[in-house]
Write a protein that binds this ligand. Structure first.
Ligand SMILES: Cc1cc2nc3c(=O)[nH]c(=O)nc-3n(C[C@H](O)[C@H](O)[C@H](O)COP(=O)(O)O)c2cc1C
Length: 323
């Protein structure tokens, strides 16, 4: 069993957190991850209060272990946070924006504050916000993120915010990645894409099948899916998705797309409804190379935990000291 500051904080059996993927990480998936000994976070996404209330009630019902929720900071109304805090999550994660205003309320409610950051400036804000845990998210990640790569970002953030524990995110989908994260000075890993390809994830079976068959070469970061959905993301963030025909058409022609929204926006929303993934996006990270099946979330948690133990033991065996 691997014991770290993360496992001690939430009494986990494995140092793993479910990324709060909007529209994908609902109550069922979060409960499955928590019940298997990780920390499940529901993804509040852009904040539909009815959806959030329903999924939090579900995780509360299905889970007998600590669970939490993640918000997209810049799009989160204080009332939505109150709705979540009333359901007593063990942790609230804030990502993408200044965590200090909402963070103060989370701390005042006696809840653990997790801040996901993409660079050192974000890590400083997380420190100021009083984060209990900082997730250093590299550009390899599926969905929204920024420019820094996981390998150098994680130890830099760990140095900067010490003694606050750090968790690595972006490009981790097996036990080797978890073991590597621990060697970088992280106390665990937060995984999104790997859990998207799980039985309990919300989202279409076709999207999950695409993840299970895709190569990391076929992912790219882009703003075109935000532009076409009229989502006003702050500068510096874009999303990693599987390349598809829509991305091929508009990547590099973003201004043209912004001028064509009268027709492109409704057509795109229709494609989302129809699960037409030549047009609609499948958010996915570079670690799709390591995913070849849709599996129960509990199996994913336990396997990655076991694989990491083996990888760490193998690493220790590399060291030979002369007497
Ligand atoms: C489908 C999908 C949706 C995501 N949605 C969110 C979100 O709503 N809020 C958030 O903080 N992070 C979101 N993320 C990013 C995750 O929190 C996490 O940083 C990322 O998945 C880690 O990289 P990985 O995908 O390589 O495991 C999303 C990721 C994916 C794959």
């Amino acid at each position: 069993m691997i014991t770290t500051a993360l496992t001690r904080m939430f009494e986990l059996e494995h140092p793993l957190i479910l990324g709060p993927m909007g529209g994908v990480a609902g109550g069922r998936l979060a409960a499955a991850v928590s019940n298997a000994g990780g920390l499940g976070l529901v993804g509040a996404g852009y904040g539909d209060p009815q959806w959030v209330a329903r999924e939090l009630d579900l995780v509360g019902e299905l889970s007998h272990r600590p669970w939490g929720i993640g918000f997209i900071t810049w799009s989160t109304a204080p009332e939505l946070l109150e709705l979540a805090l009333a359901r007593k999550p063990a942790a609230v994660m804030l990502s993408f924006g200044d965590p200090r205003p909402l963070g103060a309320r989370i701390k005042a409610a006696g809840c653990r504050l997790i801040c996901q950051v993409q660079d050192l400036a974000g890590a400083r804000l997380a420190h100021e916000a009083g984060a209990d845990l900082v997730v250093a998210q590299g550009t390899e990640a599926g969905g929204h993120a920024s420019r820094r790569a996981t390998l150098p970002l994680v130890p830099a953030v760990a140095n900067l915010v010490a003694p606050i524990p750090v968790v690595a995110a972006g490009g981790i989908a097996d036990g080797r990645g978890l073991a590597a994260a621990l060697m970088l000075g992280a106390e665990g890993a937060l995984l999104g894409t790997r859990f998207y390809a799980s039985d309990e994830a919300l989202g279409s079976a076709r999207a999950k099948a695409l993840i299970a068959s895709a190569s990391g070469d076929a992912t790219a970061r882009t703003t075109v899916f935000d532009i076409v959905r009229r989502l006003d993301w702050p500068p510096g963030y874009d999303g990693r998705a599987l390349r598809n025909r829509f991305m091929g058409r508009w990547q590099g022609h973003e201004n043209e797309l912004a001028g064509a929204l009268a027709s492109e926006n409704p057509a795109f929303l229709d494609a989302v409804q129809a699960q037409d993934f030549d047009t609609a996006m499948v958010w996915a990270g570079e670690a799709v190379d390591l995913i070849d099946a849709v599996e129960p979330a509990a199996e994913i948690v336990r396997r990655i935990g076991r694989e990491a133990e083996i990888a760490l033991a193998r690493g220790a065996a590399l060291c030979r000291y002369p007497n």
